[in-house]
Design a protein around this ligand. Structure first.
Ligand code: SF4
Length: 208
């Protein structure tokens, strides 16, 4: 059966960046993630940015935020499978607070690279179960809506992780988190429920 994409992700030659739009209002985070991975594997994308890849591993460093589903998928993939959520985050993650913002991310090593990066082999140590932020990273310019979609999905899933960990002041925590609450698979998270109305408007322009 042919794969019907509900998300379109392409290189916009005129704008000089990757752009993204929805082809179906029922699209889920899993659709977005799958299309991102497809784009990364395309010859055109490989030529566009892998040719310039200097192996700096910058794509595996910096801020690597985690969603609650990322943690579940990593656990299912064998990383700290038996650990309770708080111990898992303590072992493999880091929690930082800046002013009123809380950031839960993958732990970095002494070189500020992801601690799950296998330095000896030059490969991701958890490739099959790597988080959404890794699967949707493209080392090339992105349009505003493509950038914003990635940020809103990750931030919403991260908020739910914080909520499940019971961290942060009660008044800072969102009261209701419908898109990710109690969900363990990106196929069950609708983009409509994650996006702001402004972003949704821009992502669905071609459907109007
Ligand atoms: S999980 Fe893998 S792909 Fe993601 S940042 Fe770490 S090493 Fe890189």
């Amino acid at each position: 059966m042919p794969l019907i994409n509900k998300v379109r992700f392409w290189w916009d030659e005129d704008a000089g960046c990757y752009d993204l739009e929805l082809l179906d209002k029922e699209a889920t985070v899993a659709d977005y993630e799958r299309v991102s991975e497809q784009v990364l594997m395309e010859k055109d994308a490989l030529r566009r940015y892998s040719a310039n890849c200097i192996g700096c591993s910058i794509c595996c460093g910096g801020r690597l935020p985690l969603t609650v589903i990322d943690v579940y998928r990593l656990k299912m993939g064998g990383l700290g499978t038996g650990l309770p959520l708080d111990s898992w985050v303590e072992t493999y993650g880091s929690i930082e607070r800046q002013n009123r913002c809380l950031d839960i991310a993958l732990k970095l090593d002494a070189y500020e690279t992801c601690a799950l990066w296998d330095r000896g082999r030059g490969l991701c140590g958890v490739y099959e179960s790597r988080p959404l932020v890794c699967r949707t990273y493209i080392c090339a310019p992105l349009s505003w809506r493509a950038t914003e979609l990635r940020a809103q999905v990750v931030n919403t899933g991260e908020d739910e992780l914080a909520n499940m960990l019971g961290i942060g002041n009660e008044d800072e925590r969102p009261k209701r988190l419908p898109p990710f609450a109690g969900v363990l698979d990106y196929r069950a998270v609708m983009l409509l429920d994650v996006c702001s109305s402004r972003l949704w408007h821009h992502l669905t322009e071609s459907l109007r």
